[in-house]
Design a protein around this ligand. Structure first.
Ligand code: PLP
Length: 430
C-alpha cells in the first residue's frame, strides 16, 4: 500500500508513515516515539525549506522551534548548501590530527567575533561535547574540580555536561556526583556567592537566558555580578550560547548586551547551518593553557571537520551581514508589538512574555498549559515546543531571516490559540 509520496520517505525505501513509526518503536526509541504519538503529534519530518517543513503525510508547519536554533537560517538554506557543495569539490571531513585551512580560518573568525581576550578554539560536533571541553579546560586552568550551574539548567547530556543539568536526567544513569556539581537558583546572587565562597570552584556555567527552563530573563546586572564573583573567587565563567547565540538577539552573542566578557564561550546548533554538525568552544588565554601542554588531550575525530568549518564560516558571514542585523531588529520590534497586543487582550491567559530579539518564553496560565498550546498550534500549522523544565512556558524561537509576512501568520495563529485557551479557562472557572 502506498500511503504517501513524500520524497523523504522514498529516499529510505518507505512508502508509509506508519512503517516509520513502527520501526522507530522497534529499532530506535520506543518511549520518545510513543510520547509524541500519545500527544497527537505523530510527526515524521518530510520535505523542508526556509522556515517551513511538512510531515510526510503532507501537514505543513511553520517552524518556530528550529530545534533550538539549529535552523536559525532556515531549513536547507541555499547559501549554506552551496558552501557545503563547494567544499565537497575539494575536501572531506579531514584528519583531526593535522592543521587545516578550514579550522584555522574558523578559529580566527570566532576569536575576532567574541568579546574578551579570547585566544584559542577547540571544535566538536555537538553542544554537549564542547561543554565537556569547557569544563575540562576550566579544571585544568584552575586545578579545581567543582562546577556551579543553575537549577533547571540544560547544557547537554554528555559525560560532564549532564551533571550540570536537572536530576531527572542524572539519576537513571547513576551520574549524580553531588560533591562536584553544585546547583543554585537562577537570579540568586547570594546563593551564587555562597557556592563560590570556599574558592574551590573551577567554573560557573551559565546559559545567558536559560532556554530549557523557559527563558527566564537574567535580572539587570545579575550576569556581570556572577562574572565578578568568579573573578574574585578564582573560578572561570563559561557562557553557554548554544541557544541564545548566533545573532538571535541584538548581538552575535547574547551576553554582549549583559556586559560580560566570558573566560569560555560555547556555541553549537545553529553554527551547523542545520546542514553539517559542528560546535566550538572559545577559550581565553587562561582557559586555553592545556593546548600548549598537550594538544592531544582532547580527541574528536569529527570535531571541526573541514566540511563543517566551511559551513560554519558561511553561517557567520550570513549572520553578521548588515541586512541580517537590521532584519533581526525589525523582527524584534514586530514580535514585541504583537506579543504586547495579545497580552493586553488576554492578560489572564498569556501571563508574561520574556523576549530578547527573535527568541521568547511565553508564559501561559496553568502548569502544563504550554503543552496544550504547542498541540493547538501544531494543528493550525505552527510548530513551537514547550519548555521541557517548565511546561507553562512555550519556547518561541523564530529564525533570524524569517520574512515578516510569515512572522505575521505565526503571530495570528498564536493570537487565535491564546483566545481559545482564554475562553476554555473562563468556562472552567465559571
Ligand atoms: C543551551 C544548550 N547547551 C548545550 C546543549 C547540548 O547540545 P547537543 O544536544 O548538541 O549536545 C543544548 C541542547 O539542546 C542546549 O540547549
Amino acid at each position: 500500500m502506498v500511503c504517501s509520496i513524500d520524497p523523504v520517505l522514498q529516499t529510505y525505501g518507505y512508502t508509509c508513515k506508519q512503517d516509520v513509526l513502527d520501526d522507530s518503536i522497534e529499532y530506535w526509541n520506543p518511549d520518545k516515539t510513543q510520547f509524541w504519538i500519545d500527544d497527537g503529534i505523530d510527526l515524521v519530518m518530510g520535505e523542508r525549506h526556509g522556515y517551513t517543513f511538512s510531515d510526510v503525510d503532507g501537514h505543513e508547519l511553520i517552524d518556530v522551534h528550529l530545534n533550538g536554533g539549529t535552523f536559525n537560517l532556515g531549513h536547507r538554506n541555499p547559501e549554506v548548501i552551496a558552501a557545503l557543495s563547494d567544499a565537497l569539490e575539494s575536501v572531506d571531513i579531514g584528519n583531526h590530527h593535522f592543521p587545516a585551512p578550514g579550522r584555522a580560518a574558523l578559529a580566527k573568525k570566532l576569536i575576532e567575533l567574541t568579546p574578551g581576550a579570547m585566544s584559542k578554539v577547540v571544535f566538536g560536533s555537538g553542544g554537549g561535547e564542547v561543554v565537556d571541553v569547557a569544563i575540562k579546560s576550566a579544571r585544568y586552568a584552575t586545578g579545581k574540580r567543582k562546577i556551579v550551574s543553575i537549577e533547571k539548567a540544560f547544557h547537554g547530556h554528555t559525560g560532564l555536561a549532564i551533571n550540570t543539568g536537572d536530576e531527572r536526567f542524572l539519576k537513571m544513569f547513576n551520574c549524580d556526583e553531588p560533591d562536584e556539581f553544585i546547583h543554585v537558583p537562577f537570579n540568586d546572587l547570594s546563593a551564587m556567592e555562597a557556592a563560590l565562597a570556599d574558592d574551590d570552584v573551577a567554573a560557573v556555567i551559565m546559559e545567558t537566558i536559560p532556554a530549557t527552563y523557559g527563558f527566564p530573563m537574567p535580572n539587570p546586572g545579575y550576569l556581570s555580578a556572577v562574572k565578578d564573583l568568579c573573578t574574585a573567587h578564582g573560578a572561570l565563567y563559561i557562557a553557554d550560547e548554544v541557544q541564545t547565540g548566533l545573532g538571535r538577539t541584538r548581538d552575535l552573542w547574547c551576553l554582549q548586551h549583559h556586559d560580560v566578557e566570558p573566560d569560555i564561550l560555547v556555541t553549537s546548533k545553529g553554527l551547523s547551518g542545520g546542514i553539517y554538525p559542528i560546535s566550538a568552544v572559545i577559550l581565553n588565554e587562561k582557559a586555553a593553557g592545556w593546548l600548549s601542554e598537550d594538544g592531544f588531550a582532547h580527541m574528536s575525530t569529527f570535531g571541526g571537520s573541514e566540511l563543517g568549518c566551511k559551513v560554519a564560516l558561511k553561517v557567520l558571514e550570513i549572520t553578521m551581514r548588515a541586512e541580517t542585523r537590521q532584519h533581526v531588529a525589525e523582527l524584534e520590534e514586530f514580535f514585541k508589538k504583537r506579543f504586547a497586543a495579545i497580552q493586553e487582550e488576554y492578560p489572564d491567559t498569556l501571563l508574561d512574555v520574556r523576549q530578547d530579539g527573535t527568541i521568547a518564553g511565553l508564559v501561559f496560565a496553568g502548569e502544563d498549559a504550554a503543552v496544550r498550546v504547542s498541540k493547538m498550534l501544531y494543528d493550525r500549522g505552527v510548530w513551537a515546543i514547550f519548555a521541557t523544565l517548565d511546561k507553562s512556558v512555550l519556547q518561541f524561537k523564530a529564525g533570524i531571516l524569517m520574512p515578516l509576512e510569515q512572522a505575521n501568520v505565526v503571530m495570528d495563529t498564536i493570537r487565535e490559540v491564546t483566545g481559545i485557551l482564554d475562553a476554555q479557562r473562563r468556562m472552567a472557572v465559571a
